[in-house]
Design a protein around this ligand. Structure first.
Ligand code: AGP
Length: 612
């Protein structure tokens, strides 16, 4: 997520803006910039790719930028790679309107066409430049107030945004508006502040205004006015922030991992919205054509860790929908086994960071063999994203906790959509089924929300097993694949040894390990395999295991076999991993919490394994 700050008062603005941005660095970013104004002199913009340090050096800690009113930004790239041109603030050609933005504008292509028809040109690849010029277009066309120009622009923009805007004609003032992206506003001692998040202004005030969706704010020196999108004034009360600075960085959550678990509905929704337009799956931005997809003879999915577990789920979905052979491999194995790849194969590299050494090496091996490569990546402009022939981005936003959660969930979404797209271009799916599945996929964010409502029960259960020495996650089909992720979550954040096992494989050796009170987590979301799973649970129970059953609402007879049951909403069986993984993420988190471990930074682990 990007970070936004704003200040207007009697002090030099640049230093205050830099300080505010430094408090938002934890959100992850790849470039930064400031726009500052001295009285009614022209607005000055300084921006650069890289860390805030670069901006500090360019502006001599802000001292070279004169003025007591300004806005600042740290950019987490979504549209357009990290670069100075794409960094914010963005501006109209005559510098009449200058803006910073946090969010994703879904209809930016349509808006760009509209503006181009009205004589606008563009210097960047960003959706933000388009939003800025749309505001400028309405401001010039109707010669009204900044509030009116913003209101008109809001009527046309679809997506999420938090915008802070300077108007040349209105020195000393900052205008702001939001839709779904966070923004707070504070007033203290003759100055007004705005920011994406609490940490940036806690130093100045704990009494803040939360600007609501579709509201507009006008920040003056020491005062703020609010308006509806109909330009009606709105009276608002301040809210007192009680968090300390550290808690504020986590949005009030105790750890980034639990914060990111709860961000999954929005991350999944944003990822769906980035690829599904009306009733079509649009992979156009990846550059991979329907023709190319139609000719794919074999799919190789190559990744590490949780990304590999996504591939294990995707294998079932891709083969079942698109009827194309899929092989899933661990990148560190793939890169050394001299893989035999068909010329018309497709190698899919899944990676949150886009920097994992083994996955990058696998990508280069595939390219060396002349095979088409597609990367599914969360970090725009990362090495894997840049070197792959095609890239589809997930919209999880920056993932801070070492243990991945929201990136895993968004990678699943991209794989589901890739499977449906492949099935469609290969005419392996009827239109009715395609539309039904797309509709079901759109229901996943709401269903994930519902699963999260069970958090307290899972926390209680997890605390009972904080001393567990062994745990087994058993399932069949997609449930086996999601059990792999559940097992890794438990291992990596709570240091409890666990294994994911194909339930049908237990009797071939592993069941000898089951003894009294051994924790067995049975995952039964695949209705066609449900009865077989009940039998496997009974096998474990008869040997003294403690059974947790994870299944769909309605399968209440699971309680005959399970000691503890977690239910998830029904969905199409191909998509059930998106719901079943949530209780398993919560379980790993709460076992770690009950053991007092460093949840966000587990021992021996790094967020991105950029070495072999
Ligand atoms: C998952 O929780 C771990 N952090 C780890 O397994 C991770 O998934 C793996 O290192 C791959 O990272 P990547 O997605 O950035 O390539």
């Amino acid at each position: 997520m990007c970070g936004i700050v704003g200040y207007t008062g009697s002090e030099p603005a640049a230093g205050i803006l830099l300080d505010g941005l430094s408090k938002l660095e934890y959100r992850g970013y790849d470039s930064a910039g400031l726009a500052v104004r001295d009285g009614d002199k022209p607005i000055e913009i300084v921006k650069a790719k890289g860390r805030l340090k670069v901006l500090r050096e360019m502006t001599n800690e802000g001292e070279s930028m004169r003025g007591d009113c300004g806005i600042g930004h740290t950019r987490w790239a979504t549209h357009g790679e990290p670069s100075t041109e794409n960094a914010h603030p963005h501006h109209s050609d005559d510098m009449a309107v200058v803006a910073v933005h946090n969010g994703i504008i879904e209809n930016y292509v349509d808006l760009k066409e509209k503006l181009a028809k009205n004589g606008y040109s563009f210097y960047s690849e960003t959706d933000t430049e388009i939003a800025t010029k749309l505001i400028d277009y309405y401001y010039k066309k109707y010669r009204g107030s900044p509030v009116e120009a913003l209101a008109r622009a809001m009527m046309r923009i679809r997506g999420s945004y938090a915008l802070a805007v300077l108007f040349k004609d209105h020195p000393g003032e900052i205008y702001a508006t939001r839709q779904d992206s966070p923004m707070i506003i504070g007033v203290s001692g003759g100055a007004s502040y705005l920011a994406s998040d609490v940490p940036a202004i806690l130093k100045y005030t704990r009494n803040v205004y939360y600007i609501d969706n579709m509201e507009i704010a006008r920040l003056r020196k020491g005062g703020v006015d609010f308006y509806t999108v109909d330009e009606e004034p709105v009276e608002k009360q301040t809210v007192q922030i009680t968090w300390d600075a550290e808690a504020a960085e986590r949005g009030g959550y105790q750890h980034f991992m639990i914060k990111e678990i709860h961000e999954q509905p929005k991350a999944v929704l944003d990822t769906i919205n980035s690829l599904v337009k009306e009733c079509e799956i649009d992979l156009g931005e990846s550059g991979i054509s329907d023709e190319a997809l139609r000719g794919v003879s074999q799919v190789h999915i190559v990744a590490c860790g949780s990304a590999y577990h996504v591939g294990m789920v995707a294998q079932y979905v891709l083969e079942d929908f698109a009827r194309v052979p899929v092989r899933v491999e661990i990148a560190s194995e793939f890169r050394y086994r001299r893989p035999i790849l068909q010329k018309d194969a497709l190698v899919v590299i899944i990676s949150q960071s886009g920097e994992t050494a083994d996955s990058l090496a696998a990508l280069r091996e595939a390219k060396a063999q002349g095979v088409t490569t597609l990367a599914i990546v969360n970090v725009v402009g990362s090495t894997i994203a840049r070197e792959a022939d095609h890239v589809i981005y997930t919209y999880a936003g920056p993932e801070i906790a070492v243990a991945t959660t929201k990136a895993y969930s968004t990678q699943l979404i991209v794989c589901y959509l890739l499977a449906l797209k492949l099935a469609q271009v290969r005419q392996e799916i009827e239109l009715e089924a395609f539309e039904r599945l797309l509709g079901e996929l759109r229901s996943l964010p709401g269903k994930i929300e519902r699963v999260l409502e069970d958090e307290e029960r899972i926390q209680w259960f997890a605390s009972k097993f904080s001393n567990a020495k062994d745990a087994f996650f058993i399932g069949r089909g997609i449930d086996y694949a999601v059990g792999m992720e559940g097992s890794l979550k438990l291992k990596e954040v709570s240091y409890v040894h666990s294994e994911a096992y194909a339930a049908g494989e237990l009797k071939h050796g592993t069941i000898s390990l089951i003894e009294n009170r051994t924790l067995v987590v049975a995952i039964l979301t695949q209705q066609s395999l449900y009865e077989k799973m009940i039998s496997n649970m009974a096998e474990c129970k008869s040997r003294g295991a403690y059974l947790m059953g994870l299944t769909n609402y309605g399968n209440y007879n699971v309680e005959d076999a399970a000691d503890f049951t977690v239910y998830i909403p029904r969905t199409d069986p191909h998509f059930s991993a998106s719901l079943a993984v949530i209780p398993l993420q919560l379980m790993g988190y709460y076992v770690s919490l009950s053991k007092g471990l460093d949840v966000d930074k587990p021992r021996n682990l790094a967020k991105s394994v950029t070495v072999e």
